[in-house]
Design a protein around this ligand. Structure first.
Ligand code: NDP
Ligand SMILES: CC(C)=CCC[C@@H](C)[C@H]1CC[C@H]2C3=C(CC[C@]12C)[C@@]1(C)CC[C@H](O)C[C@@H]1CC3
Length: 467
């Protein structure tokens, strides 16, 4: 099944009864148009139509909707993959695929994250303990390389390039398309919130749920204090108990991390979350960063009146932050994701507590494979790792941006962990090479003559070199 680049719907025209899919998309599009929310997949232009009614003639508003599918090149349900352009973002993909009954096995949670950024950098989500990182669900890439030619790579075709691409941050070529595995989607996730109240229980429960033989489809932890966390496990389902359905994604709903914190007081609970609402649960509050941007944003009055305007576009915040905001962010904030072996979780949480005293922390387990490339296990077996995400204002009095980041980096290296490179890194050239295996990357840089066209990855991501 493949799609044209765009479909134009006239929403007041009678839906074609035979085409359930078109009807479904029509219904969704009508809801988006009526909600007045921005939708990157479609442009809605209001028009007026004369309608004759018993009392006379009146004009009825109708929508001409153009659904833009330009970033999604092909959906192949027989072979279970979707072929996309790198600018397709997660919000577009779920909006498009989920109503068709399909989804990506790993769906990073912020709407604006792009396929290109997640492949060239790294992508992770709460299903990563099962499916691995975003790169692990990719089947092939097409790149424009240094000599201007287009090269396709997969596990069987140019495999060296295929394995060298993730974590290369655009320094081997420009990604122009990717084929990504899709799996069947269900309507809801059944989400179990389990509060825990001791430091030992946080790591014990996280490890237990991650490694469970019966298998949770999604596992996530939000740590609210040294000894308090809510561990969330979830599975997709088509059946839901109606009184337990919670559509957390609506703009008037409380921020997700605040909603979850409530369960520390009320105890364990189960909710059914519509699938797309679950995927993008951290989008509206940008995890918890929105607290520092709009401190009163979770007040019900603000949510009901202005919630629709949140979140501001991250890309807009990035380009509009002036030098002063940047300096203030550096002085008072830390944004880091550190990937550590699962069996070091308890120790790592202790280190994060000593260095930052900052909560919530995000916990997201993932399976790391021994395949070639920049990031892999040290042995020949897959190993379970944990992403510890720290986004916010540390309260540790001794916190100092550079010194503390260096300490965390040192600890992470000591446990054979990795630092996500979208964040500031202060690793020296040697430390960087110790953390990230450059064997295949260097080979591909040489083979593809990259040095004349692209900087080295260290130069591109490292703070000291960039400044
Ligand atoms: N849950 C998760 O996994 C989350 C992940 N992130 C991080 O955010 C990043 C994704 O954000 P996003 O805004 O989408 O990406 P960015 O635009 O920040 O791009 C990330 C990197 O990928 C490179 N890149 C992007 N597209 C291409 C392409 N088509 N060809 C070659 N290189 C490319 C960029 O190069 P250049 O700078 O030259 O454009 C940049 O180095 C990821 O790296 C990820 O680690 C953030 C939040 C959540
Ligand atoms: C889940 C994973 C792996 C990472 C999540 C990281 C995000 C929380 C951050 C990635 C880029 C960050 C930026 C900001 C907030 C936190 C992130 C979205 C800002 C919007 C904060 C306000 C500044 O003025 C601009 C920042 C841009 C980057």
């Amino acid at each position: 099944m493949s799609f044209r680049n765009s479909i134009v719907f006239k929403l007041n025209s009678a839906p074609k009864q035979h085409d359930k899919k078109v009807q479904h998309v029509q219904k969704q599009v009508r809801q988006w148009a009526d909600s007045g929310q921005e939708n990157p997949m479609c442009t809605a232009r209001p028009g007026w139509m004369n309608v004759s009614f018993r009392r006379g003639l009146y004009k009825k508003k109708m929508w001409n909707i153009e659904v833009n599918l330009i970033d999604i090149l092909e959906v192949n349900t027989e072979k279970s993959y979707v072929r996309v352009e790198p600018l397709a973002n997660m919000g577009q993909i779920t909006r498009f695929l989920n109503p068709l009954g399909w989804t990506l096995p790993v769906l990073p949670e912020l709407d604006d994250l792009t396929v290109g950024g997640l492949i060239m950098g790294v992508g992770i989500e709460t299903s990563s303990h099962k499916f691995g990182l975003f790169q692990n669900i990719c089947l092939s890439f097409e790149l424009v390389v240094a000599d201007g030619s287009v090269v396709r790579c997969s596990k069987t075709e140019n495999p060296d390039l295929f394995y060298a691409v993730p974590w290369s941050y655009g320094t081997l070529g420009f990604l122009v398309s990717a084929e990504i595995t899709i799996i069947p989607a269900k309507k809801f996730v059944k989400l179990q919130y389990s509060p825990v109240y001791t430091a030992e229980d946080i790591s014990r429960k996280m490890e237990e749920e991650t490694m469970k033989k019966s298998g949770n489809e999604f596992v996530e932890g939000l740590v609210y204090a040294k000894d308090k966390a809510v561990i969330m496990t979830a599975n997709m389902t088509d059946e839901a108990e109606p009184e337990k359905i919670n559509s957390i994604g609506y703009f008037w709903k409380p921020w997700f991390f605040s909603h979850v914190e409530k369960f520390l007081k009320t105890g364990p609970a189960v909710e059914y979350i519509p699938l797309r609402h679950y995927y993008h649960r951290h989008s509206r509050s940008i995890f918890w960063q929105i607290r520092d941007i709009i401190p009163f944003g979770n007040h019900p009055l603000f949510r009901y009146l202005f919630g629709w305007s949140v979140p501001p576009k991250i890309s807009l915040l990035k380009i509009t932050q002036g030098e002063t905001v940047k300096i203030l962010y550096e002085k008072y904030q830390i944004i880091q994701d550190m990937l550590v072996p699962l069996d070091k979780l308890s120790e790592s949480l202790g280190v994060f507590h000593d260095e930052l005293k900052m909560y919530p922390l995000w916990l997201c387990p993932f399976i790391l494979h021994p395949n070639p490339g920049m990031v892999h296990t040290s042995g020949d077996k897959a190993e379970m790792y944990m992403d510890i995400g720290a986004y916010g204002r540390p309260e540790e009095p001794g916190y100092e941006f550079r010194r503390t980041t260096r300490k965390l980096e040192k600890y992470v290296r000591s446990v054979k962990g990795f630092q996500m490179l979208y964040a500031d890194t202060f690793l020296t050239y040697d430390e960087f090479h110790e953390m990230f295996d450059h064997t295949l990357y260097d080979k591909m840089r040489k083979k593809l003559n990259c040095s004349k066209a692209f900087p080295e990855v260290y130069g591109k991501v490292n703070r000291k070199v960039r400044d």
